[in-house]
Design a protein around this ligand. Structure first.
Ligand SMILES: Nc1ncnc2c1ncn2[C@@H]1O[C@H](COP(=O)(O)OP(=O)(O)OP(=O)(O)O)[C@@H](O)[C@H]1O
Ligand SMILES: [Mg+2]
Length: 231
């Protein structure tokens, strides 16, 4: 359902070229919960940005929802992202001036849903993440775990085909991180939403359907099985 072929990404800085992705191939099935691990600087965030069409690769292709993503025009791309992709980041990236409810409504309003429908769906989604009693709180009035649950509600409210999560629990304590992960795993099972999650947490990685490791901008050849990843 999402496929990356021979993705390369380099940044040119002050006359020298930094090769960050060196030919990444990846195929993720619908409903799969994939985990990406790898040392800092391996290119995980860069990969996620490209898979989510937030950035262009230097070469290579991404296919998502039957479309060759980088043939979509800049004009159409925001609507394509809005319809198919949800993002969750390490730091929630919520809009601090808006309430939890408004934050979750935002992608629906951007997708031209009516305010009434957006409100109804955002309220339902916040209830699903256990925050029915916090809808009018602004991000600064929520705990870290609650903020991350709002971010998950915002990513899921449009019923995307895929959620791309970059260290979604990286900023949380072990218990809260585990709860936030459980929530994503539950939605993955309930709704069949595909997830790609970057994490440095081996315990959570072991609870994903599949784990791939990135080293120096490439998928490591040794794919560890679940039992290899703990301990
Ligand atoms: N916009 C940019 N311009 C120049 N170099 C960049 C840019 N974005 C990323 N890089 C470089 O690309 C490399 C990979 O960065 P990336 O953020 O993808 O790593 P990562 O695997 O997500 O690491 P971490 O685990 O620390 O989050 C790094 O060395 C970084 O300095
Ligand atoms: Mg990163």
């Amino acid at each position: 359902m999402i496929e990356a072929r021979d993705l390369k990404k380099s940044f040119v800085m002050g006359g020298s070229t930094l090769n960050v992705l060196n030919g990444v191939n990846l195929s993720v099935k619908k409903g799969e919960f994939l985990c990406v691990m790898g040392p800092s600087g391996a290119g995980k965030s860069t990969l996620l940005h490209i898979l989510g069409a937030l950035d262009h690769p230097t070469s290579g292709a991404v296919t998502l929802a039957g479309r060759d993503v980088f043939t979509i025009t800049e004009r159409e791309l925001p609507a394509f992202r809005n319809a198919h992709i949800g993002f969750v980041f390490q730091f929630h990236h919520l809009l601090t001036e808006f309430t939890a409810l408004e934050n979750v409504m935002m992608p629906l309003l951007v997708g031209r849903k009516s305010a009434a429908e957006a409100k109804k769906r955002a309220e339902a989604e916040l209830e699903r993440v256990g925050l029915a009693g916090r809808t009018l709180h602004k991000p600064g009035e929520l705990s870290g775990g609650e903020q991350q649950r709002v971010a998950i509600a915002r990513a899921l409210v449009t019923s995307p085909d895929i959620v791309l999560a970059d260290e979604p629990t990286g900023n949380l304590d072990t218990k809260t991180g585990s709860d936030v992960f459980d929530l994503m795993r539950r939605f993955n099972r309930e709704s069949g939403t595909t997830f790609i999650m970057v994490t440095h947490n081996e315990t959570l990685a072991a609870r994903c359907d599949r784990l791939v490791r990135m080293v120096d901008g490439m998928m490591s050849l040794t794919r560890m099985s679940k039992s290899d990843t703990v301990g």
